[in-house]
Each structure stands twice: as structure tokens, then as C-alpha cells.
Write a protein of this length. Sequence first.
Length: 291
Amino acid sequence: MDILALIAAFGGGIIGAYMGALPAFIMTGIYALVGGVLTAAGVGGDVAVNYLAFGSFVGPHIAFAGGVAAAGYAGRKGKLASGTDILSSLNGLGEPDVLLVGGIFGVLGFLIHYCIGLLPGITVFILAVVTRLAFGKTGLTGKYTGSGKREWFATGKGFVYNVVLGGGIGIVVSFIAAFLYENEFTAAFSIFPIVCFGFAAITLIFTQTGFATPATHHIFLPSGLAAVAGITAWGPAGALLGVLFGILGSLLGDLVGKSLNSHCDTHIDPPATTIFILTIVINAVSSVINA
């Protein structure tokens, strides 16, 4: 364990708190995209990817998770209108204890990630659950108070829309990956899923500024990872695996959002949850097809 990185994680959590969880995550996307492009160009981008985007600076398991926890705490204490608010800069509250909660959860994020050694998404999920149980009052799946039947999963037009969205993203991601493979752009091919993730995270700028742009990194990243695995094993035809996981990412994200992040008072991130689940599935599939 790098003690310097552990100490830095406290500050990373405070970044997530004072900026707000979503703005901090957008910064994650910027570093991921820039670092990924530099790596693809062969000029080295591992510092931006490994130590900034996914490290103690603005790693989602540190800065985003810290921001989510700080918002949940502020909501519980009545300092924020809702603990689900991941858009607002909590600097506006002027409360040092809110920042400290962000810093503490940043350190917890570093430690959990160090111990389990998986992608940051599972740590984001774990800390979001801890935040819900510690600061929330609505339980893990929220408390529905409507008069009709609660919707757990989109049906009808909503289902079709999610399939088209996931399939469309899956197609562009997977077939560009196939192009990179066919033309022997080896460095670009291997880092392409991170570039896709960075792009999707940056598009949340539009969400932050009030437009109806959806979160899509849970579609882009699994699609990219699956496409790389499928193409490596089967050639360009393996791009279809990426399309499949693009659709699965869209549908699973909808299910998680309606199940864990509706009718609640803290934020459990549907994209992070979807990414960690599908990454485990993709790794299992990759092991089978490469056996």
C-alpha cells in the first residue's frame, strides 16, 4: 500500500465534496479521455489514467464516492435539500463537517479498492450502500409512496428505447474497435474502452447544465471491454459481443436505477453498479472464450 496515495485520498474525497460528486466525476472523464488518447498515440498517458482519473486525485471510488457520501450526510443533517443531490457544489454550504465526511469516505474508498483489487465501480457501489444505511432513512430500495404500482423496469416504449440506445452505442463502439484491430492500431485498440468511458463521462457536462442527456458510461465501457474481448478471440465478428453488452448495459442500468435509486434519500449510482456487474460477467466470458 502506498501511504502517500492513501493520504492523498482524503483530499480526493474533499474534492468530490466541495465540487459535487457529478462535477468531480466529469473531471475523471477528462483525465481518462486525455490519458487514453495519449496512450493510443504512443506518447504515454498512464499517469493521467492510473493516477489521476482512477487514482487518489479524482478516482470515482474516491472523489465521486466522497461527494455522494457528503451529500447524503448533508441531506441527513438538513444542510442540503436532498441527500440525492450529486450535482450541487457542497462548497456553497460552507460546512467543514460536510467536507470532512467526503475526505473520510475518500480514504475508505482507497482502502476498499486496495483490499478487493477490482474495478472502482464495485467500491463506488459499496460506499453508496454504506452511505444509504448510515445517512438515509428510505432503506436500500427506497420507499415508494405513490398510489399506483411501482415501476421496477421500463416496459413498452421505454424498453424499446433502452434497447435502441444501448444497441446504437454498442454498434459505434464495437465496430470502431474492429476497425482499430483490423488496421493494427494495437495501442489504440487496447486502450479504446477507457477512451469510450472518458467520452461518456464528459458528456455528463450536459446533464450537469440541465439538458436531458443520459448517463451512458455504463453502456460505453462494458461495450468496449466486451468488443475488445470478442474481437481478440474471434476477429471482427467478435464486435457483436460488444453490441450485446451495450444493450445489456442500457437495460441493467435502467433496472438498477429504478430498484436502488428511486424513491430514496441518498444516491446509489446505477452506472457504477452496472459497470461492476457487467465487468465481472465480461471477464468470465473472456476466460471461457480464450480457454
